[in-house]
Design a binder for this molecule. Structure first.
Ligand SMILES: Cc1cc2nc3c(=O)[nH]c(=O)nc-3n(C[C@H](O)[C@H](O)[C@H](O)COP(=O)(O)OP(=O)(O)OC[C@H]3O[C@@H](n4cnc5c(N)ncnc54)[C@H](O)[C@@H]3O)c2cc1C
Length: 380
């Protein structure tokens, strides 16, 4: 008899875990309250970034090579490669902090960031105002995961593998019994349960609510004026991270618009709350970028949207065993997508082999090296 697994949530974490469990021979059923891809989920937008630059979070920097290896394994099976390599341009108005930590960590691990001076920045990137840039480096590796396309690709791959995705809302989780109660009153059970409910998870798992909170993040999509449109089309991702604030810009790759957003966590709000974005919220994002992107007010604002994600106080992932045969995947905040395929493969291995669970938790929190065997065959 095949072992059965229930996965709650069809975001990147739930779908990747369902894929990995199916590869390991489990019969998998995914329960999702919305359509897939779910535009209300943290995973669904044009893009999500992947890069080695990670400040002093060396544990996450060291997960990037296995993360790439996991994506390549998934893309090879799916027969699609929804990824655009852009490279990374990191900038800061002051020399210390995140950019200095990133440079030191990258150099220490042999990733060799290339320092850039103001004149080089002005010549290479005509859309930037180099005045006020105190520190900058470029890395050729890094790029854009086409997130919505990846989620749709995974859903199609799971259908081919015979994995069921059932549209239903879960109202309760019994981690001890590996069961879900659904809104129509049915209780569904399996040999193993993985809860990957994104910003809704703290509602279902009271213990998690003290550690992880949902926040509402705003992004703004822009069309650059004709004079710099071509330069943007070949631009690296831009990470402008100061000591207290900053923004990121995703270049307009593969027919998607230029997008900017920020790194500040918003207030805790209900992920079922209003998604409309006010003019003041758009202005708050533009204000962060105005000093760095030349003539920003000549860019056309195409749209803006709000997206919820789930934040742990130190932005560490919460990947833990919560019952004899149950796991939770949470706290992925603004940096989880890049690790989707990797987390899925890792959790599936720990579902198969409970001895891996404590090491998985510490590694996913960015604190330790992976336990032996967890990433077997996944080194890039
Ligand atoms: C604006 C923004 C920018 C980001 N940028 C990056 C980036 O550049 N790089 C990066 O790596 N990461 C980035 N992230 C973070 C990344 O997108 C998330 O960490 C990741 O997508 C989380 O995936 P998930 O599967 O945990 O959650 P989700 O995608 O939210 O999936 C959870 C799913 O569970 C379902 N669900 C919840 N409760 C129930 C229930 N009771 N019953 C049934 N279904 C339920 C939901 O409907 C949802 O579809 C960004 C996030 C945002 C919002």
């Amino acid at each position: 008899m095949m072992r059965t697994a229930l996965v709650l949530g069809a975001g990147i974490m739930g779908l990747s875990t369902a894929w990995a469990l199916s590869r390991e021979g489990w019969a998998v059923r995914v329960v999702e309250q919305d359509t897939v891809p779910n535009p209300r989920g943290a995973s669904v937008d044009d893009h999500r970034l992947i890069r080695h630059a990670y400040g002093d979070a060396v544990g996450y920097m060291r997960m990037i090579d296995p993360a790439y290896a996991a994506w390549e394994m998934l893309f090879a099976e799916a027969g699609e490669r929804p990824y655009v390599e852009t490279g990374v341009l990191a900038l800061a108005g002051a020399p210390g902090g995140w950019i200095a930590d990133s440079r030191a960590a990258l150099a220490g691990d042999g990733h060799a960031p290339i320092d850039l001076d103001a004149a080089t920045i002005a010549a290479r990137y005509p859309f930037l105002a180099p005045e006020g840039i105190a520190s900058a480096f470029h890395t050729p590796r890094g790029g854009v995961l086409l997130a919505r396309q990846i989620v749709a690709m995974l859903a199609a791959l799971l259908a081919r593998r015979g994995v069921t995705i059932e549209r239903a809302a879960a109202t309760a989780v019994d981690a001890a019994r590996a069961t879900l109660t659904l809104a129509d009153g049915r209780v569904v059970a399996a040999d193993a349960l993985v809860v990957a409910a994104g910003p809704w998870a703290p509602r279902l798992l009271p213990g998690l609510a003290a550690r992880v909170r949902p926040t509402r993040q705003v992004v703004v999509r822009l069309a650059p004026p004709g004079a710099v449109a071509e330069a943007w089309a070949h631009a690296p991702m831009l990470l402008d991270i100061g000591t207290t604030d900053g923004f990121y810009a995703v270049p307009p790759v593969a027919g998607t618009p230029l997008k900017i957003g920020d790194h500040r966590f918003a207030a805790t709000t209900d992920p079922d709350g209003p998604r409309e974005v006010s003019g003041a919220e758009v202005e708050a994002i533009l204000a962060l970028a105005r000093g760095r992107i030349r003539d920003l007010d000549t860019y056309l604002v195409l749209s803006a949207s709000a997206c919820w994600y789930d934040v742990e106080a130190e932005e560490r992932f919460v990947v833990e065993k919560i019952g004899a045969n149950s796991f939770v995947m949470s706290g992925f905040s603004g940096h989880g997508f890049k690790f989707g395929a990797l987390m899925g493969l890792s959790v599936a291995r720990a579902v198969n082999d409970a001895a891996l669970a404590p090491g998985l938790t510490a590694w996913a929190a960015g604190r330790t090296a992976p336990p032996p065997g967890l990433l077997q065959g996944l080194r890039a």
